[in-house]
Design a protein around this ligand. Structure first.
Ligand code: NI
Length: 256
């Protein structure tokens, strides 16, 4: 069965040499489609062009927490305007990152809230990046309860927090991290996530799953993650894929 990669940075420069070849091969690799989230204004602009060019690629526009320093209201106005472009299905990726702290935390929170406002105004879902900032992320998303929904991307937190995010209307997206040898907690958490709330993703070019860890990640490797999740959920791989694919379509209102 064809599989959807719900989060893949195919716009990344690491794909500049062979993006065409990778996307042309989706049919052979049994990839249904992918969703490409942005990190900043430049990648948002690049993604808008990529999704126009390639049928099987959808996109999101937004500012990653690493990139928020120096972001102005004019930049956010640009994100708002770009969100009207064809095949832009979400605002993302947005959130908080207290692990790298590449931008001051107060600024991260301000730009996170402002982008949630954009999502609310546009009635679009959000793609959430959170690292070492689970509490603040939850508190800010709670402020938009009933108004904004989305996905917790690359989720590796606890089952308890996952449950609280699901109660706010968020899907839980599992990356290649679930295949890593030491990721015992991630595997235990995955078992507790209801099928209706699960997504799978690569986060390519990062986070390559086993057995290809160390190489550049690619959309087709999402299958390794799906296989591991199916094993943990004790179900057939195609049943798992059927569900995660339709969850992506529901979340992003993708009809084809
Ligand atoms: Ni990402």
């Amino acid at each position: 069965m064809k599989i959807v990669d719900s989060h893949c940075h195919i716009d990344d420069e690491k794909f500049d040499q062979d993006r065409d070849a990778i996307i042309s091969n989706f049919e052979n690799d049994e990839i249904d489609f992918i969703v490409d989230p942005a990190c900043d204004i430049a990648s948002s602009e690049k993604i808008i062009e990529i999704v126009k060019k390639y049928d099987r690629v959808y996109g999101a526009v937004g500012i990653h927490p690493h990139e928020v320093e120096g972001i102005t209201d004019e930049d956010l106005e640009k994100i708002y305007e770009m969100s009207f472009s064809e095949k832009i299905v979400a605002i993302g990726e947005i959130g908080l990152d207290y692990y790298y702290d590449n931008s001051p935390r107060e600024k991260q929170k301000e730009i996170f809230r402002k982008q949630l406002e954009i999502a609310k105004k546009r009635n679009l879902p959000v793609i959430i990046h959170t690292r070492d900032a689970m509490g603040d992320t939850y508190d800010i998303l709670s402020e938009f309860k009933g108004e904004v929904v989305g996905v917790m991307h690359c989720y590796t937190g606890s089952s308890e927090m996952a449950k609280r995010f699901m109660e706010l209307g968020y899907y839980i997206s599992i990356s290649g991290a679930v295949t890593f040898k030491n990721a015992v907690n991630v595997r235990e958490m995955v078992k507790t996530i209801p099928l209706d709330n699960l997504l799978v993703e690569t986060d390519s070019p990062y986070l390559t799953p086993e057995p290809n860890r160390g190489k550049r990640n690619e959309p087709k490797y999402v299958r390794f993650t799906a296989e591991k999740v199916a094993e943990l959920k004790e179900m057939e791989i195609n049943d798992l894929i059927y569900n995660t694919n339709s969850n992506v379509r529901n979340l992003f209102s993708i009809e084809d």
